[in-house]
Design a binder for this molecule. Sequence first.
Ligand code: PLP
Length: 405
Amino acid sequence: MRYLLRYCRTRASERCFIDMENNAIEKTNKYLAGTYARQNVAFVSGHGSYLVDDTGREYIDFGSGIAVNGLGLQNSEVNSAVCAQLNKISHTSNLYYNEPQGELGKLLCTKTGMSKVFLSNSGAEANECAIKAARKYSFDKYGEGRSEIIALKNSFHGRTVTTLSATGQESFHTYFMPFTEGFTFVEAGNFDALNEAASDKTCAVMLELVQGEGGVIALDGDYVNKVCKLCADKDILVVIDEVQTGNGRSGSLYAYMEYGISPDIVTTAKGLANGLPIGATLFNAKTSGVLTAGTHGSTFGGNLLSCAAAVATLKQIDQKLLDGVKAKHKLIVNTLSALPKVKSVTGMGLMLGIECDNNKEIVSKCLEKGLVVLTAKSKIRLLPALNIDDKTLQDGLNILKEVLQ
Ligand code: PLP
C-alpha cells in the first residue's frame, strides 16, 4: 500500500499519513455517482466558522455547507440536544406521537404565527409538500382544473421532478422530460406579466424572496406586496420558498418578515437543524386543514434527532443574533463594494452575491489561501455562519479582498 506524507500546515509539529488509495477523495471518485463538481479537499472536522481538512489544515468557512450550519460547526446546544435525544430514541414511526416533533411544531408556529407544520427531510420535499397542499386547497374548494402554479424565471425549488418543474431555469431541465404539468413562469419583478398569467386556473404563486441559486437576487418589496394583494383578491395561495433564506439568514427569522407579507404556505430546510437533515412546510390558518390523514407522509420526515437539533437551533435565533446578521451584512457590503474588481454586491443579511469576473478561479484561489466560498451562477456567493465572530469575518474578508484584487 502506498502512502503520501502531507505536511500539516496549521500544526507544524504534526505530520499526517494520507493513504493514497483509500482516502475520502479516491473512494468518493471511485464509488459515488459523479453528480457534484467537488473541490479537491476532504473536510474531517470543524468548529464554529472553521473547517479542518484531512491534513489538519484550517479554513475559514464562508459557505456553511450551503446555508446549513447557520450557527457554526459543533454548536454546543445543538450537539447536546442531539446526543441527549440519541440516547433516548432516534426514530419512531409517524404513526405515534413524540416530544421533539411536538416541540418543534410549537416553536415554529409561535415564532411565525403560522398554524400547522408538516415535517420532512429536505428543501425539495418541503416544496413538494407545498405544491401538493396548494393543489389540494384549490381542489377542495373549487374542484378539478384549478391547479396551475405561477413561478418565477430564474428560480430554484429543488431537484425532484416536480420541484424541477417549478424551477424557472432551462439549464436544470435538460434530460429529464416529461415534467409535471401545470407550471407557468414569469419574469421576476414584472407585476403586469404575473397579473396577466394569473387566471381562473391558477391555485398558487411560488416565490423565493431572494433567488439564491439564481445569483442571489432579492425581489423588489413593492412587487412582492402587489403580488400578495393580487393573490389575496383572487384566492390564489402565496407560497414562499425559504429553504435558503430562512432561519435567520435574511436578518429576520424568515425573509417574508422583512417584506411585511403574510404567506399562506412557507417552506424551509437547510439551516433549520444546523446540519441535520430536515424540511418543514408551514401552513397559515387558511391552509392548515388541507393535508389530512393519508394525503401526505414520510418515513423519516420529522426524524427525532433532526427535530431535537431544530429546536436547539431555533431557540438560539434571537433578536441579538438577527441584529448581528444585519450589522455583518453592512460590513461585508461596504468592504467588498469598494473594490474596483467588484461590479456589485447583492442579497440580504448573510446571503450575498458578489458580481466579478472569473468566479470559479476566485473560489479555487480562496481555497488555496484557506477560505471557503461558493458560487451562484457567475457570482461569488457568501453564506457565512450567522454567529461568525468579527475577527474571523475580517480575516476571511482580507483573504477575499487579496484574491479579488
Ligand atoms: N429551494 C431553494 C430556494 C433552494 O435554495 C434549495 C437548495 O439549494 C432547494 C429548494 C432544495 O433544497 P434541498 O437541496 O434540501 O432539496
